[in-house]
Design a protein around this ligand. Sequence first.
Ligand code: DCP
Ligand code: MG
Length: 442
Amino acid sequence: MFAAMAAPVNNPDHGFCRDCLTFQRSETRRCERCGSPRLARHPELYRLHLAHIDCDAFYAAIEKRDNPALKDRPVIVGGGKRGVVSTACYIARIHGVRSAMPMFKALEACPEAVVIPPDMEKYVRVGREVRALMQALTPLVEPLSIDEAFLDLSGTERLHGMPPAVVLARFALTVEKELGITVSAGLSYCKFLAKVASDFRKPRGLSVIGEAEALGFLAEQPVTLIWGVGKAFAASLERDGIRTVGQLQHMERGDLMRRYGVMGDRLYHLSRGEDDRRVHPDSDAKSVSAETTFDTDISAMAELVPVLRALSEKVSARLKKSGIAGRTVVLKLKTQDFKLRTRNRHLGDPTRLADRIFQTGLDLLRREADGTKYRLLGIGVNDLSDDDKADPPDLVDIQSRKRALAEGAIDTLRGKFGKKAVETGYTFGKGRSTNPPEPIED
Ligand code: DCP
Ligand code: MG
């Protein structure tokens, strides 16, 4: 194995084999030891430490694992109430089948496909197993969804006896052997480019974007590569004549911010490969949240707001019951195409009040209500502490203070007469007329 080799560690001229994990001294096309063509080589290979790992065709890969007869057949996981493709295996993708495609279209493109209804319980279980293997590599694992996470592998070289690049390759082999599915990994110096890299050569990819090549690489890319630039925003950039990241590299920060606000700042930095976001380890156990998935995707504030209010009250009730409060409010949205958006707002002091959670969430939500259709909305707090220092009356402004007092009164009434005794203006009547979905708690 790698660690046992008397290897010239960190010599950038040496690549390694992704199948037997041995160093490769020369420019051979195949591994000198096992003959594999899967060699990793890059001038910065042994210096980079920020990784993004994403499982390949996740749901479909699990179904193929569990039924070997499907191995060489096109497999689509999906259907059910929404009637869309959740994912398709890479064979079905050759025929043009894609996630979120209506099932009838997918079957037009690939009539011979085997369609399997989703088994979420199983996928969640495998997702957890993948995560446990990640956490064995570093405590700095930040999950983004069921099948992907960022990992900060800096400082782990001594622990593993090998540089992060090799740790990643070994991880991929372990997942294949132990869990029977495959992953792709991206390695870079920042989150943005690590995520871009992991998508490069799927399936079973290991791609590297180094610092030296970042600017040149980015210059060639379409603006949609930038995290947060969806179809609608790309269209407005296009109206301003901006199509490539390279064009953004030539614009000034002030100009971008004047035109596009906070997003302008992001465009400025990310287009230049500047991203200092750190990897935040999984903080599930340290947060209280509630979320709901809609029956049909929604984009209108008028429909999102009452749900946000109901969820905020739910979170607040749980905080109050446990005698705790949170200092950071987290808004979570999942778009129609399953992209997760989380937005945080740090409060001056911890809160347990539904109204403060709601108002903060509302402020965050307004920025995201850009016509995007959402399938999931969630709200929560983290940075938890005891509630003795929560919502100090002398720190909140007069309006919030009034609302805090009102909320205290509502709590007392609900305590006496039950949950439905008082409904606020935001949620009043919604339960009867539009049948809002029940929040699902984390
Ligand atoms: N998913 C879904 N509907 C979507 C997108 C994804 O139900 N529109 C589910 C099914 C996927 C899983 O989430 O298997 C992970 O999403 P990815 O975007 O990572 O897609 P895959 O893992 O399926 O494929 P890839 O190899 O492109 O990562
Ligand atoms: Mg995936």
